[in-house]
Design a protein around this ligand. Structure first.
Ligand code: ATP
Ligand code: F6P
Ligand code: MG
Length: 321
């Protein structure tokens, strides 16, 4: 393998730059040329591709976002559009592509590996959602988690001073990991996640019981995929007369300097992706499982839905009474 390319796709996540840096430096260390594709699959179609050097990734490991930019590119689901992308890679003699992104980005990479004659693809899990099979953690999850915890801790001060119930809406359209982990870590009384059907009446009863015991305030962490924080407040009012406030954390969760855990994870996974390409592997995604680097075929990754840790969900419930 003499030439490879790297791109970031889907929602950005803290640590993507550290992953790109690892791919670039590892490849150059092994005398492989590296090309950066700007704007994810959109740049692949539009030929927005440039050679990267060691210096291109200097001063990058600590930066949030992705200097290669990211995009959502729905037209990449069409085969004719992907043919253009393959042409742009082939004309440069690029034989390997590292795709840093979420599950959707992996699907694009899988298609490319099926349709291009001389292209190997490797996926690197870069998403704050932590919703990808084949890895215990995705790059950016730890940073986003800590951003949420810091925010909830601050909100708790006001909840306590004013004896209020606060609803904190966090990201996760289909995945509850951010809500579950942050809710557990921040001591939320209630955690609402897309994987478990919400029973608002039961939540209202729990808040009432807490108040009857002398509890002054309550924190509810609600994943956006369940309902909005405002909807949650309206629903609660049907069952209980309390003063609620809503905080929607929004994109603050996606930005910021990556934590040490995310930088190390990104560096290990980025380096391993290049190793796999050198070994001739393709259509696989790298991951970390029980602190070991692993790789899983895309087919295996898509075989089942990503699930939350049910034991952790039960524990959060047991600790929040
Ligand atoms: N079935 C598919 N076939 C080809 N390409 C796809 C497919 N699904 C998604 N993609 C490509 O991958 C891009 C990113 O996918 P998506 O928007 O789902 O984000 P993601 O990678 O899952 O990241 P995140 O969920 O963290 O934002 C899409 O915009 C599209 O270009
Ligand atoms: O910034 P966008 O494109 O609106 O995407 C928001 C979505 O991206 C994610 O952060 C994943 O990257 C989801 O949790 C969230 O719903
Ligand atoms: Mg996704």
């Amino acid at each position: 393998m003499k030439k490879i390319a790297v791109l970031t796709s889907g929602g950005d996540s803290p640590g993507m730059n550290a992953a790109i840096r690892a791919v670039v430096r590892k490849a150059i260390y092994h005398d492989i040329e590296v090309y950066g594709v700007y704007q994810g699959y959109l740049g692949l179609i539009n030929d927005n591709i440039e050679k990267l050097e060691l210096g291109s990734v200097g001063d990058m490991i600590q930066r949030g976002g992705t200097f290669l930019y990211s995009a959502r590119c729905p037209e990449f689901k069409e085969k004719e559009v992907r043919a253009k992308a393959i042409e742009n890679l082939e004309k440069r003699g690029i034989e390997g592509l590292v795709v840093i992104g979420g599950d959707g980005s992996y699907r694009g990479a899988q298609r490319l590996s099926e349709e291009a004659k001389n292209l190997k693809t490797i996926g690197v899990p870069g998403t704050i959602d932590n919703d990808i099979n084949g890895t215990d953690f995705t790059i950016g999850f730890d940073t986003a988690l800590n951003t949420i915890i810091e925010s909830v801790d601050k909100i708790r001060d006001t909840a306590s001073s004013h004896e209020r119930t606060f609803i904190i809406e966090v990201m996760g359209r289909d995945a509850g990991d951010l809500a579950l982990w942050s809710g557990l870590a921040a001591g939320a009384e209630t955690i609402l996640i897309p994987e478990v059907k919400a029973d608002i009446e039961e939540i209202a009863e729990k808040i009432q019981q807490g108040m009857d015991r002398g509890k002054k305030h309550s924190i509810i962490v609600c994943a956006e995929g369940v309902m909005t924080g405002n909807q949650c407040g309206e629903e609660l009012k049907k069952y209980i007369n309390i003063d609620t406030r809503v905080s929607c954390l929004g994109h603050i969760q996606r930005g910021g300097t990556p934590t040490g855990m995310d930088r190390v994870l990104a560096s290990r996974l980025g380096g391993y992706a290049v190793e796999l390409l050198m070994q001739g592997e393709s259509a696989k995604a790298v991951g970390i499982q029980q602190n070991e680097l692993t790789c899983t075929h895309f087919d295996g990754i898509f075989q089942s839905e990503h699930n939350i840790d049910n034991k952790m969900y039960e524990l959060a419930h047991q600790l929040s009474i």
